[in-house]
Design a protein around this ligand. Structure first.
Ligand code: SAH
Length: 208
């Protein structure tokens, strides 16, 4: 099966059939070659319904989780997205297809370097990739209409909520080792509106 066929099958079986509805998300995930973001020896597993190891005890998220996060961000293509926890760079690439600009922050330098290469190779060199502690966000580019974090924390890092624009969405896994939920926070004039969606399991957000 070609990479394009495997990708189309992933979109149908893992995403559409499980309830991902946002056509732009489905199309974006149908375009980004996930094999470019996994270690060469795992290329044959690139479209598995699973997270995969990318070294440094980190993982590339399961495709369904990336799709669910992107859908919860409700992107229309005009926003700048802040992506915390670049990891392989795959989610940043998908977000780059869905938004005007992406700023991605990774705390492990070697992962950021590999992600940079994969992003360049797949035509996503425009992603602004930074090494640092993503819990602090990026005050110089704030406010953001969309922020996604791919590592879990027990409480919402205050800087990330502060850097949301009015109406902005922050999607992140909240919880600890025992269980997490993917949560969507919206900054409204009345305060924070929160909806919790699916159970998930992400690596923890670490001290940078
Ligand atoms: N979105 C990624 C998933 C990466 S897993 C992908 O598509 O591959 C989460 C990543 O968050 C890991 O690479 C980890 O090193 C990183 N991370 C953990 N704590 C962080 C922090 N405080 N700031 C930035 N990145 C962090």
């Amino acid at each position: 099966m070609s990479s394009a066929q495997a990708r189309a099958r992933m979109v149908e079986r893992q995403l559409r059939r499980r309830g991902i509805r946002d056509e732009r998300v489905l199309e974006a995930m149908g375009r980004v070659p996930r094999e470019a973001f996994v270690p060469a020896e795992l290329a044959g597993h690139a479209y598995d319904d699973a997270a995969l190891p990318i070294g440094e005890s980190q993982t590339i998220s399961q495709p369904y989780i990336v799709a669910a996060m992107c859908e919860l961000l409700s992107l229309d293509g005009t926003e700048t997205v802040l992506d915390i926890g670049t990891g392989s760079g795959y989610a940043a690439a998908v977000l780059d297809e869905l938004a005007a600009d992406v700023l991605s922050i990774e705390v492990v330098p070697v992962l950021a370097e590999r992600a940079r290469r994969a992003l360049e190779e797949t035509g996503h060199a425009g992603v602004d990739l930074r090494v640092g502690d993503g819990r602090l966000g990026a005050a110089d580019r704030a406010p953001f209409r969309a922020i996604a974090a791919a590592a879990a924390t027990a409480t919402v890092p205050p800087a990330l909520y502060d850097q949301l624009a009015p109406g902005g969405r922050l999607v992140l896994p909240l919880g600890g080792r025992r269980g997490q939920r993917l949560v969507r926070l919206v900054r409204t004039p009345e305060g924070v509106a929160e909806t919790s969606s699916i159970a998930c399991r992400f690596v923890p957000l670490v001290n940078g």
